[in-house]
Design a protein around this ligand. Structure first.
Ligand code: FMN
Length: 229
C-alpha cells in the first residue's frame, strides 16, 4: 500500500512538473552572455541519451560549439541569426549514415547482455534492422530519430533552469563544410542554449486539439471528455 501511495504521489508530481516544463518553455529570441556551466551540458546530454529510437540504434550525433569563433562561423551558415553568437552554447544536431551502422554492434550486444539473451541472436536482429532501415528513405529515418533526442535535450536543458532556441534556419551544406562534417551526415537542427534576455517571448498559441487529433477516423475531431455533457 505504501508503495502505491508513493508511486501515485510521484506520478502526480511528475505531471505537474512536466506541465510546468512544457508550458514555460519558449523559443528564446535573445540571450545574455552568461556562461552555461559544463556540468549542465553533461547532465543534459546524459538525459538526451535516454531518448527512444528504432531498434535502439541511436543514430543522432551532436556537435557542441562554445567558442565565439565557431559560433560566428555557424551564424554565417545560418542566415545570420543573431542568437547564434549571443548564446554561449550552440549545439548542432546531426545524423550520420555510416555512424549508426558502426555503433549498431555495440548497442545490440549491450542489449542482449542486459537481457541475458544468447549472443547468437545479435547478428539476426542487426540484419533485420539494417534491412528495415534500407527499406525506408534513410534521411527521413535519421531525421525522425534525431529530432526525438533533440527534443529530449532541449527539455532537459530547460528542466535544468536554462533557456533554449531550436533552429532550422541554416544552410546544411554550409554547416557541413564549415565544421568538416562528413558527406554522409545530415544536419537536422540547431539548439542555442543560455540565459534568455527579458522580456521573454510571449506565448504564440497553438491549434486546439480538436484540430489536430482525430478519433477513430480521419476527419472526426477528438473531443475532450470534459466537453461531453
Ligand atoms: C525544428 C524547429 C526549427 C525552428 N527554427 C527556427 C529558426 O531557425 N529561427 C527562429 O527564430 N526560430 C525557429 N524556431 C522556433 C519556432 O518559431 C517556435 O518554436 C514557434 O514559433 C513556437 O514558439 P514557442 O517555441 O515559443 O512556443 C524553430 C522551432 C523548431 C521546433
Amino acid at each position: 500500500v505504501k508503495t502505491t501511495i508513493e508511486t501515485t504521489t510521484l506520478s502526480a508530481q511528475l505531471a505537474v512538473v512536466f506541465e510546468q516544463l512544457v508550458r514555460q518553455r519558449r523559443a528564446t529570441p535573445h540571450f545574455s552572455d552568461e556562461p552555461v556551466p559544463a556540468h549542465i551540458l553533461d547532465e543534459a546530454f546524459t538525459l538526451a541519451a535516454q531518448a527512444p529510437s528504432g531498434y535502439n540504434l541511436q543514430p543522432w550525433r551532436f556537435l557542441t560549439l562554445r567558442t565565439a569563433e565557431s559560433r560566428a562561423a555557424l551564424r554565417r551558415a545560418a542566415y545570420d541569426q543573431t542568437k547564434i553568437t549571443e548564446a554561449p552554447v550552440v549545439i548542432i544536431a546531426f545524423a550520420t549514415r555510416s555512424g549508426w551502422k558502426s555503433t549498431a554492434d555495440e548497442i545490440l550486444h549491450e542489449k542482449f547482455q542486459r537481457l541475458g539473451l544468447g549472443e547468437a541472436g545479435v547478428e539476426k536482429i542487426k540484419q533485420m534492422a539494417f534491412q528495415f532501415v534500407a527499406s525506408l528513405t534513410e534521411p527521413v529515418w535519421l531525421n525522425r530519430q534525431t529530432m526525438i533526442a533533440f527534443t529530449y535535450l532541449m527539455l532537459a536543458i530547460e528542466s535544468l533552469g536554462w533557456d533554449t532556441a531550436p533552429m532550422e534556419g541554416f544552410d546544411s551544406m554550409a554547416v557541413k563544410s564549415t565544421f568538416s562534417l562528413p558527406d554522409d551526415t545530415d544536419v537536422v537542427a540547431l539548439l542555442a542554449v543560455g540565459r534568455a534576455l527579458e522580456p521573454k517571448t510571449p506565448y504564440p498559441g497553438r491549434l486546439a486539439i480538436s484540430q489536430f487529433v482525430f478519433d477513430e477516423r480521419y476527419g472526426k475531431p477528438w473531443r475532450k471528455s470534459s466537453d461531453e455533457s
